[in-house]
Design a protein around this ligand. Structure first.
Ligand SMILES: Cc1cc2nc3c(=O)[nH]c(=O)nc-3n(C[C@H](O)[C@H](O)[C@H](O)COP(=O)(O)O)c2cc1C
Length: 188
């Protein structure tokens, strides 16, 4: 097995090692959407999304302070977490890319506060803005979940700088002997 060295307290972690290390953690992929100051839809691909609390229901996203949407997340009413389906890697690239209008080829419906709910995703989580915390070069934007709608389909995955899909579970991998709460993701 090959190993890549990471930094220590004496020698701080190099950004490229940090990226490589964090890339070993697989995640889903979301497009976070909201409205800009003129009420136009705006959105950005984000994998730094997490559930946070069950009671009250809270989630969080981490957005780089230099992202164009950071201002609107701070000044707006909230955001929609659109969790992408396995076939939506192109949508992830669209909302991470340089297109002047990321919504021009995308179908969506207005949801909470008129914020965009993208069509074809496997889940919409609609949030009111709860609070914002400082996270180095990112902002931690906590949302109070006002509603969530789950749709059929497998999630798009992201790890090691690549998109992927879930492996089909074998019957023996089933959750028969596991506690009920393990069927859901965190918060436990
Ligand atoms: C799979 C994937 C996941 C990403 N996750 C995040 C994230 O969690 N937070 C973030 O700030 N940027 C993330 N990005 C980068 C932004 O989507 C990208 O920088 C985007 O262009 C920023 O928008 P802007 O150009 O309008 O500032 C991710 C990009 C990809 C492709």
């Amino acid at each position: 097995m090959t190993a890549t060295a990471v930094g220590t307290v004496d020698a701080p972690v190099d950004p490229s090692i940090m990226r490589q290390a964090m890339g070993q953690f697989a995640s889903g992929v979301t497009v976070i959407t909201t409205l800009d100051g003129e009420g136009n839809p705006t959105g950005c691909t984000m994998s730094a999304f997490s559930s946070l609390s069950l009671d009250p229901p809270l989630v969080l996203v981490c957005i780089g302070k230099d992202r164009s949407m950071a201002k609107w997340l701070q000044e707006g009413n909230g955001y929609v977490v659109n969790i992408l389906a396995a076939h939506q890697a192109d949508l992830a690239l669209n909302f991470a890319g340089r297109a002047p209008n990321r919504f021009s080829e995308v179908s969506w419906q207005p949801g909470l506060h008129g914020m965009p709910r993208l069509d074809g995703v496997i889940c919409h989580v609609e949030c009111d803005l709860s609070s914002i915390a400082d996270g180095g070069d990112h902002l931690i934007v906590i949302g109070a979940v006002a509603g969530a709608e789950v749709h059929d389909g497998d999630p798009l995955l992201y790890a090691q700088g690549k998109f992927g899909q879930m492996l089909q579970a074998k019957p023996s991998d089933g959750p028969a002997s596991l506690p009920d709460e393990w069927l859901c993701s965190a918060p436990w």
